[in-house]
Design a protein around this ligand. Structure first.
Ligand code: 5GP
Length: 143
């Protein structure tokens, strides 16, 4: 178990409840995927469960399975949409582990040979660019 309780007022909880906007790319019964507002690379996408888990350590196994299933589906689309050669996944737990938003999430970042990642939590992306990128991923999901 995590040593701290889940707080439903975290930013991803607010996105799930529709209290703040997000550039969504995929949704099913158990998961949601949307663009990261401070991308470490073009197409940086987050996958979250709808179940209230703080991170890997307090999530139900079924929740983890649903998140990884969606990570695979959306990961394929992200890789296609950006013509990437690879895909990097990150998942951070607790502040010491690099986590800043305390609702379980997996980062999906399409990768190109020789192109380094930008800094974690670097600059905010232009919303019109994020909307365009989300559209490209949704199109790849439909294709
Ligand atoms: P972590 O908790 O794994 O360190 O990362 C949280 C991620 O959420 C960061 O990559 C950050 O850019 C992203 N993020 C923080 N606030 C928001 C937000 O309001 N909307 C979206 N879409 N992403 C966010």
């Amino acid at each position: 178990m995590a040593d701290t309780a889940y707080d439903p007022d975290n930013i991803f909880g607010k996105i799930l409840r529709g209290e703040i906007p997000a550039h969504k790319v995929y949704e099913d019964e158990h998961t949601l995927a949307f663009m990261d507002v401070m991308p470490q690379g073009e197409g940086h996408t987050l996958v979250i469960p709808k179940a209230p888990s703080r991170g890997l350590l307090d999530a139900e196994p079924e929740t983890l399975a649903a998140v990884m299933r969606t990570a695979q589906v959306v990961g394929r689309a992200v890789k296609t949409a950006f013509g990437a050669e690879g895909l990097t996944l990150f998942q951070f737990n607790e502040p010491a582990g690099g986590q800043t938003v305390f609702h379980l999430h997996v980062h999906l970042i399409p990768r190109h040979e020789g192109v380094p990642l930008r800094r974690h939590e670097g600059g905010m992306a232009d919303p019109t660019v994020l909307a365009d990128h989300a559209g490209r991923i949704r199109a790849a999901l439909e294709g």
